[in-house]
Design a protein around this ligand. Sequence first.
Ligand code: ADP
Length: 387
Amino acid sequence: MKRILLIEDNPGDALLIEESLKRSSDDAYTIKHVVRVADAVNLLKAKHRFDIVISDLSLPDAQGIETVKAINKATKKTPVIYMTGTNHDSELALAAIQQGAQDYVAKSKYTAESLSRIIKFAIERKKYQEQVAQARAKTKKLRTLTQMLKVRTEELIMLNQAKDDFISLASHQLRTPASGVKQYVGMVLEGYAGELDPETKELLQLAYESNERQLAIVNDLLHVAQLDAGKVRLNKENVNITEMLHNIVNEQLGKFHSREQALTYDMVSKDIEAYVDPQRMRMVIENIIDNANKYTDDGKKVTVAVHETKQQIIVAVEDQGVGIAPADIPHIFQKFNRVSNTRSVLAGGSGLGMYWAKQIIDLHNGNLKVESEVGVGSKFIISLPKN
Ligand code: ADP
């Protein structure tokens, strides 16, 4: 059922339109007939819903383009058809179309069928125009949003760059004096400034260890700043992993023995070669072994092992430490993330080591993962692709 608002002051013309629509086979219509534009405007403004407005252009209270303007002002959404009486009117009707009317019909020329068809098309066309207008408005909004996002992204990139530059600069500046302290305290500890009494030596030893921890954090910051700035270029070569592990384990033994921990290496008889950046791979493995030492209680054991499959080389470091809860596992590879556990305060750290290690292994197209159980221990597994 189509609802029509008919604005027509000539009773004969109005009757003719109503009769034609009643005879139309296409659709059923309900018609609200008013004589003055003001009445039509009131109905439209009172939110009476009509599917279409059919209006004469010459009415008692408005003439020609005034009629068009008044109706346009009252409704934007309802399609409007104007009825023209004389030749002079058809120019006006064209102006009406330029102002958004859907169509015009010469009073002398329509039939029941043609009027019905014109109404139907006008309604459909208006619907389509509305959809196009909505789509245009959405596209415009999207364009504005895209532009805003672009500006915001550029700002964020600049901020991120500033942060990277700051971390890089600050850690560079911090490293020089900290290295100086390490060097001079080391010299005093070695007796360059004369014999030390045991108490002084013990205090200086603590200062030396504290400085070592500070240097380790500064180095972590530097490495991560380098990584985030995309400045890490791997210098890959064929490396004997069996031998590298052997050397690392030997170098770390002192640290483990001082806490009565065992560090064992399940050495394979065969040399296993991997195509890796030796310096960075060494740092990754040292980092993992260092964590195994930090997060394991005194007197426990850490095992390092390597083996190869057809496609991969697998290095594993297994400890009997505090372990990591399943919910925390994904977070330990995130930047600055320290998961609290029974040893984390004592052990100290920057929360950067595992983030850096994972990124470096990813750059090797490998994988770093951890299997762990709280109170039982953790196993960090590095898989590297074979060439
Ligand atoms: P941190 O400087 O805090 O050691 P890492 O990035 O090296 O930072 O490690 C992130 C977190 O992962 C640590 O804070 C610790 O909670 C956890 N973690 C790392 N290695 C182990 C391990 N072997 N056993 C238990 N927890 C570990």
